[in-house]
Ligand binder design. Structure first.
Ligand SMILES: Cc1cc2nc3c(=O)[nH]c(=O)nc-3n(C[C@H](O)[C@H](O)[C@H](O)COP(=O)(O)OP(=O)(O)OC[C@H]3O[C@@H](n4cnc5c(N)ncnc54)[C@H](O)[C@@H]3O)c2cc1C
Length: 355
C-alpha cells in the first residue's frame, strides 16, 4: 500500500482549499499528498457567501459582490450598507475547477476514491469528514435554494436581502434569503434554524414557489439550479489525535450562530500552511472562545424562544452594519461586542446563561 506525507480526507471546500494553499506556496514540491474524495465528478453544488473581512484565494470565483443589503420582519425593513466589507458569493463550480486545474500540475498530488488503498501509518492527516453523533436535541441550519431566471428584468441587483422573516415560522426560526446576481437571475433560499428531525419543514419546493409567486409577485420564471443542505450548529466530535487535524465543518470552522464557515476555512488553511513544517506541535487553530461562548447563549435563546428571534436579528442590525458584520465574522473588538449585546433583550439573555 502506498504512503504519503500528507493525506486530506474529503476533497470538498476545506480539503481543496488547504491543498490549493499548500500548492501555491510550494509546500508540496518535495512532499506527497493524497486526497480522498468519493465523488465521481465535481460540479456546482453549493454557493458560499460571506462578508469579505479578510482576503482569500478565490476572488476570481466570485459570482457577485454587493455593497448594500436589507433585513426585514413583517411591516419593517432595514436597509444597510456594507461598502467596507462587501458581501461575496462564490460559485462552487468555478472553485472546484480552479483548484483541480492547479492541483493537476503537481505530480506529487494524488486523488483516491477511498482510504483503504493507502497506508496512513506515517502520514499527517487533515480530515474534513465530520463525526456526528445522532442527537435529536442538536440544532441545524437547514435550507434549500434555487437560482431562477426571468425573461424580463425583475430584480434590483445592487442590493441583496439577508433575512426576510415575513413568512410562517411554524414554532421555529424561518427566513428567506435572496441574492440577485443580475436583473433577471437570483438565488432564493428558504432557511430553517431547528432540529433536523422535523420533516414537516422540508416541503422546500412549495415554500420557495409560494414565496416567489405570492410574496415577490413573480409568476414567470425558470429554475436553473438547485441546492439543498444542512449545517450543524454544534461542534462535531474531535478525538484529538496526534497526527490528525480536523478541518472545515469537522474542524469546528462553522460560526454556530450564523452557519458561516467559508472564510474561517480559508483562515485555517493559511494557518496550517504557515505552520506546516511543525504541524504536529503547533497550537490548534480555533474560532475565538468568546464567540463560542456568545454563540452558545444565542442558540439557547433561539431554542427556548424561537418566536423572539426575528426581532432579535432585526435589532442586532440596528447597530452599525460594520460592527455587526465584524461581530458575525469573528473580527469584532470588545466595544463592538458590547454595542451588540446592549441591543439584545437583556433579561432573556441573562436567563439563558443559567439554562
Ligand atoms: C448547500 C450549502 C450551502 C452553504 N452555504 C454557505 C455559505 O453561503 N457561506 C458559508 O460560509 N458557509 C456555507 N455553507 C457551510 C460550509 O461552508 C460548507 O458546508 C462547506 O462546504 C464546508 O466545507 P467542508 O470541506 O467542511 O465540507 P464539504 O465541502 O462538504 O466537503 C466534505 C467532502 O468530504 C467528502 N466525503 C464525504 N464522505 C467521505 C468519506 N467517507 N471519505 C472521504 N471523503 C468523504 C464529500 O464528498 C465532500 O467533498 C454551506 C453549506 C451547504 C451544505
Amino acid at each position: 500500500m502506498r504512503e504519503f506525507d500528507y493525506v486530506i480526507i474529503g476533497g470538498g471546500c476545506a480539503g481543496l482549499s488547504l491543498a490549493y494553499e499548500l500548492e501555491i506556496h510550494e509546500k508540496l514540491r518535495d512532499k506527497s499528498l493524497a486526497i480522498i474524495e468519493p465523488r465521481d465528478e465535481y460540479k456546482r453544488d453549493k454557493t458560499w457567501s460571506f462578508w469579505k473581512v479578510v482576503s482569500h484565494n478565490f476572488d476570481d470565483c466570485v459570482k457577485k459582490n454587493w455593497k448594500n443589503f436589507s433585513i426585514n420582519i413583517p411591516e419593517k425593513t432595514n436597509y444597510l450598507n456594507c461598502e467596507n466589507f462587501p458581501y461575496q458569493s462564490i460559485d462552487s463550480g468555478l472553485f472546484y475547477e480552479k483548484i483541480n486545474n492547479k492541483l493537476r500540475e503537481n505530480k506529487n498530488i494524488f486523488f483516491f476514491k477511498d482510504i483503504t488503498k493507502i497506508n496512513l501509518k506515517n502520514s499527517f492527516i487533515f480530515n474534513s469528514v465530520p463525526s456526528i453523533k445522532e442527537d435529536y436535541q442538536n440544532l441545524w441550519q437547514h435550507f434549500c435554494g434555487i437560482e431562477i431566471e426571468t425573461q424580463d428584468n425583475f430584480f434590483d441587483d445592487k442590493i441583496f436581502n439577508l433575512m426576510d422573516f415575513d413568512c410562517e415560522q411554524r414554532e421555529s426560526v424561518h427566513f428567506f434569503y435572496t441574492l440577485p446576481y443580475s436583473k433577471n437571475t437570483a438565488l432564493i433560499e428558504t432557511t430553517w434554524l431547528s432540529k433536523l428531525n422535523d420533516n414537516s419543514k422540508k416541503d422546500y419546493d412549495n415554500q420557495i414557489k409560494d414565496y416567489i409567486e405570492n410574496h415577490l409577485n413573480l409568476k414567470n420564471y425558470k429554475v436553473i439550479y438547485r441546492e439543498e443542505g444542512a449545517i450543524p450548529l454544534f461542534y462535531p466530535i474531535d478525538n484529538n489525535e496526534k497526527n490528525k487535524i480536523n478541518i472545515g465543518t469537522a474542524g469546528g470552522m462553522t460560526r454556530l450562530s450564523t452557519g458561516y464557515t467559508f472564510l474561517n476555512i480559508q483562515e485555517h488553511s493559511k494557518y496550517i500552511r504557515e505552520n506546516i513544517e511543525n504541524i504536529s506541535n503547533v497550537k490548534k487553530f480555533k474560532i475565538y472562545a468568546k464567540y463560542q461562548f456568545l454563540d452558545e447563549i444565542f442558540l439557547r435563546v433561539l431554542e427556548k424562544h424561537p418566536e423572539k428571534m426575528p426581532d432579535i436579528f432585526f435589532k442586532m442590525f440596528k447597530a452599525s452594519p460594520k460592527t455587526v458584520i465584524k461581530f458575525l465574522s469573528n473580527k469584532s473588538n470588545f466595544f463592538e461586542e458590547l454595542s451588540i449585546i446592549f441591543r439584545m433583550p437583556k433579561l432573556t439573555f441573562i436567563k439563558a446563561l443559567f439554562y
